[in-house]
Write a protein that binds this ligand. Sequence first.
Ligand SMILES: NC(=O)c1ccc[n+]([C@@H]2O[C@H](COP(=O)([O-])OP(=O)(O)OC[C@H]3O[C@@H](n4cnc5c(N)ncnc54)[C@H](OP(=O)(O)O)[C@@H]3O)[C@@H](O)[C@H]2O)c1
Length: 294
Amino acid sequence: MTRDGALRPAVVVVGGSRGIGRAIAKVAAREHAVVVLVARSPDGLAAAATDVKEAGGEPLTFELDLLAVDASARLQDFLAANDLVCDVLVNSAGYGLRGAATTLARDDQLGIIDLNIRALSDMTLRFLPGMVARGRGGVLNLGSIAGFTPGPGMAFYYASKAFVRSFSQALHQELRGTGVTVTCVAPGPVATEFLERSGADRAALFKILPKLDSHYVAERAWRGFKSGRRLVVPGISAKLVAVAATLLPSALLLPLIGRLQRRSGDPCLCGSGKTFKECCGNRHARRRPGTLTE
Ligand SMILES: NC(=O)c1ccc[n+]([C@@H]2O[C@H](COP(=O)([O-])OP(=O)(O)OC[C@H]3O[C@@H](n4cnc5c(N)ncnc54)[C@H](OP(=O)(O)O)[C@@H]3O)[C@@H](O)[C@H]2O)c1
């Protein structure tokens, strides 16, 4: 609490234990902010807290599984117990899965909706009204260039990021004149654990595109957020992809993305248990709807 009894403003980084969230926390810490790092892994949180301290900020860590239904309420209680209010919310937690939707585990795919969409929305709705009442602060949401197009081969992930972009931009407009801002940052591939965990690193698309450094993305994201930008697309290659995804006809774009995100070793869509190459190869693409046999 400050000397006059007011609660202290904090930058809350959800998904701050590694990757882009951890890098954004470090950038925010340069402004001597109180930075609350939120994630599940104690080791990751401790390492990120050291970064924040070294950069001049005051770190606090909170272990939280965002998939818990009461996650945002628990975070709010934690802040209140430490005499803090959420002044800036960074929603960086998220995951993706590469593979055809019919071959990936159902629960893992639904988890993408729970984390990338539901938890992000829950956190935003929990803390945004307080920011509006105080007339300051804002939300920085991690979208992706994946949010500019449907993504065959990573269908749930691309769809979740389309939600983040749409939701963030709509809020940005709604909040005009309130002193509160919402920014969506939409990077292309970034060199973090995300790429390996999602399996995206094995797809041609992610091999072709250059991988950005998480600190570069964090700097761009923070600067864009501070200047009240609605959307930040860091790097030239990501900007080109975003423009191409907007301009190219779907009939061209979707087969291209599908092909670049599939590997011949992927399981076949027909459920034979064989790989795509060993089994149906390219025949699915040529079959007409409703045709059961060749
Ligand atoms: N890397 C890329 O190529 C890339 C490109 C564009 C957009 N993005 C987006 O940027 C964001 C950050 O990605 P990243 O590359 O930094 O990924 P990352 O290195 O895998 O980090 C993900 C963060 O989310 C946290 N997290 C995951 N599940 C959680 C849960 N259930 N509860 C609490 N925390 C959870 C992780 O912490 P714990 O595991 O400790 O809980 C970690 O701090 C994501 O939304 C991603 O979609 C990434």
